[in-house]
Design a protein around this ligand. Structure first.
Ligand code: KG4
Ligand code: ZN
Length: 371
């Protein structure tokens, strides 16, 4: 069993996270619970003091031998890990007693239904026991708002690029819950393209970060992979065809024993990564120009990609715009973003009734602004 990653804010470290979006009103401590996929994330966010504690347990080792997430195993592992993590986080945040927080926020979708149900039912039960309100959080809204936890966050309105394992979207954001979808992938998400390509290349799960690491040693100009749909107007993406281009390159690179030399592997990885990055950058530049927005928020697991950050940085600087990211540990799934997104809605008075609902699919554009 892999060790639980240490709390970022244990010990004497002062909270360095933004609490600015909460002018006035009584301070509220929110417990955030994330169980939508293969990470159990728990955090406490204080609207006056910022993030007080955060813990993450990753199930990577559990799923590695299957080459991908096994939903039923994910659910069972959330059952095992969630309550111990809640206890740890509450201990770090430090307010023992019968009501350690003022509210509970939990991911209600999109994600794996069974995994979501573990978080939703636990969160609802805790809220009932502590007699505090609970609120459902949309996982992608939480990703989108995560960069606002950092210092000098952008003010609304801004443009957002959401790049995760399940979504690739460009969203025009007027405010919390006010989302206009400008473009999205018509097939594979960017993270999914990384994962599937890594699998084709025989790289271990989880493929995306492993492929990105391998790409550091390769020449991104070695292979001319397509930049799909960039020759057409609009902001949509298509990444599924890239897999075929990579497969052809892999087969062509095999030596007499059928082995792909290490150099060629690295060049293919770097060229593939650059093709995805260029495609994302071209569409984001187009969307910034079309919308006139000056801030681009980038979030979701793929926003940890260093090459993507470099290229977006160059593009936004040339346009006189700025790119904003979560810190690396909050790019992929975590409890802090759920506590923070939930807090945004809780301070506005939003509450979820006692029903326990989860949604495997849930378009973000169905969300409404908090009242
Ligand atoms: O946001 P996330 O943790 O989970 C979802 O909501 O899907 O994103 C996970 C995705 C995976 O596809 C993973 O391969 C990808 O993010 N990813 C990366 C990197 N780190 C994570 N892709 C490319 N480069 C990275 N450094
Ligand atoms: Zn996610």
């Amino acid at each position: 069993m892999p060790p639980i990653r240490p709390a970022l804010l244990s010990g004497a470290a002062p909270p360095r996270y933004n609490a600015a979006p909460f002018p006035g009103g009584p301070p509220m401590r929110v417990l955030g619970i994330e169980t939508s996929c293969d990470e159990t994330g728990v955090a406490v966010y204080d609207t006056a003091g910022g993030l007080l504690a955060h813990r993450l347990y990753s199930q990577i080792a559990l799923h590695a031998e299957y080459g991908g997430v096994v939903p039923e195993l994910a659910s069972r592992d959330h059952v095992r890990k969630l309550l111990p993590l809640v206890t740890e986080v509450l201990t770090i945040a430090g307010r023992p007693g019968n009501r350690p927080v003022d509210a509970v926020a939990y991911t209600a979708g999109p994600g794996l239904a069974g995994a979501l149900l573990v978080g939703a039912s636990t969160a609802r039960a805790l809220a009932l026991a502590w007699d505090v309100p609970a609120v459902e959080v949309h996982h992608m809204e939480a990703h989108l708002l995560a960069p606002l936890l950092e210092a000098n966050p952008p003010a609304f309105p801004f443009l957002a690029l959401l790049v995760s394992g399940g979504h690739t979207q460009i969203v025009d954001v007027e405010g919390v819950g006010q989302y206009r979808l400008m473009g999205e992938s018509i097939d594979d998400a960017a993270g999914e393209a990384f994962d599937k390509t890594a699998k084709l290349m025989g790289l271990p799960y989880p493929g995306g970060p492993v492929l990105a690491k391998l790409a550091e040693r390769g020449d991104a100009r070695a292979y001319a992979f397509p930049r799909p749909m960039t020759d057409r107007p609009g902001f949509d993406f298509s990444f599924s065809g890239l897999k075929t281009a990579v497969l052809l390159a892999i087969n062509a690179a095999r030596d007499a024993h059928g082995v792909v030399p290490a150099d060629a592997q690295a060049h293919i990885a770097a060229s593939f990564q650059q093709a995805v990055v260029d495609t994302l950058v071209i569409k984001c530049r187009r969307a910034l120009e079309a919308s006139g927005r000056k801030d681009l928020v980038v979030a979701g697991g793929v926003s940890a990609n260093v090459r993507l950050r470099q290229s977006l940085g160059e593009m936004t600087a040339a346009l006189g715009a700025r790119a904003h990211y979560p810190r690396f540990e909050f790019c992929s799934d975590n409890g802090a973003m759920i506590a923070f997104a939930g807090a945004q809605r809780l301070v506005a008075g939003e509450r979820t009734d006692l029903g326990i609902r989860v949604r495997a699919r849930w378009p973000m554009t169905e969300l409404k602004a908090p009242a």
